[in-house]
Design a protein around this ligand. Sequence first.
Ligand SMILES: [Zn+2]
Length: 497
Amino acid sequence: MKKILAILSLIVLCSCQENTEQLNLTQGLYISNVTLISTEDGNYDPFIGHLVVEKDKIVYIDKNEPSIKGTFEEIDGTGKFLIPGLIDSHVHLSGVIGMLPHHEEKYPEIAKEFKIQMPRSYLYYGFTTLVDLGGISDELIALFKSQKLSPDLYHVGHSGAAVANGYPMNFAPEEYRFHTQPNFVYLESQAENIPDEYKPADHTPKAVVNRIKNSGAIAVKSYYETGFGGFSNLPVPTKSIMTELLDESHANGLVLSVHANSLEGHAFLADIGVDIIAHGLWNWQKHKEVPTDSLPLEIKEILDMQIEKQIGYTPTLTVIAGEEALLDKEFLSQPHLKKVVPKNLLEWYSTEEGQWFAKDLFGESNIEETHRIYGNVQSHAMLVLKYLSDNNGLILFGTDTPSGPIYGNQPGYNGYWELKLMKEAGVSLKKILSSATINNAKALQLDASLGSLAIGKKANIILMTKNPLLDIEAYDAIEKVVLEGEVLKREELEVKE
Ligand SMILES: [Zn+2]
């Protein structure tokens, strides 16, 4: 018996020793006894264990205690939960939300406060990685990155690959639109409406994608939009242009993400098999008045094709909710916003001047009827999302913050709102977490360093006091944000009074 015990203890000792390689830390972080929640494939198997970071990388994850020495900070994670930093794959960082350039000029202090707070507001809600899907200037990228605390930023170059005079170029006055959209694609049918200085050879899909690649982008953004809000019959890409954009993107190691929210747009893009559709399918066009609890067969068939091809689907439910919020007098007084929007800007939104877009959009329209229309569109958007979620669609978390000059879409808070709306639509908490972590990382080819808690990956980590697989409120129960190994208390990230 003694002999057996001796052998047993030897086996136990040996197996322990295998796991206790000593870690010598110089700038370490040790989070102990915490519930680790992470996935590589959508299946979750949370366990209580230990995680060690050295500098900006995860170097240890295990159920067993690590053997560590050297210099490190320790956090007792007992009763708490760790997830990878969240990724929002659809934001726009340029400009002050809700302001036009002339407002920014008139109120430079308010604009400055917003720009300083904005990256922190994303971090406050756990978003450690952002993908800007509009055009972004080198100056703005540099400014964003120069701030001490800012999420990882990825982008699609100096402008999207819009077709000439199509969406979103149509919004800019003609004298600026070509200059501000340097990566527009030449359309023969628009030749008469393109200034002579722009040569077709510089605006082929190949030339455009090459330029986007050279600007340090990770993806190409394009658009399929025939118009809304007073604009209609806008030019859209032909099948051959979109196919070429897709092929050229892949040849350059980039992902193609395309704006579309209509049945026509989603059908067109599903057929081509683009990588990502940057919005949900909520404009049901001829089916727009069908009951909000039934999915027309035509739409089901489009979604089935997207599921079969595993095209990334970005719900962006807050596009609808954030716009509708401009009708809601209470929206600006909710306590959540005070944490992420500087006080002076929040006050400005309520002024006559700050209400400019709300007035433009809704004017004298009947509030009840407008809510009915938005409610209908959102119900359709949610029904589509539920169908994709129930049938193994590839859901990618993205908010489109902001989708226009809309103060209803605020940095960070909008992400939290989007997560809650996905839950309301019937997406499981597991799928919601995957959509904002591993799914986005894989779809954007960032999974070698982001998207899960794994050895060698970047130490972008969220510590929560509630379990995000059981409670959506966990995304507002963030205690600490670890950004590239640096531990930030959530309070440090909120607006300073
Ligand atoms: Zn957008």
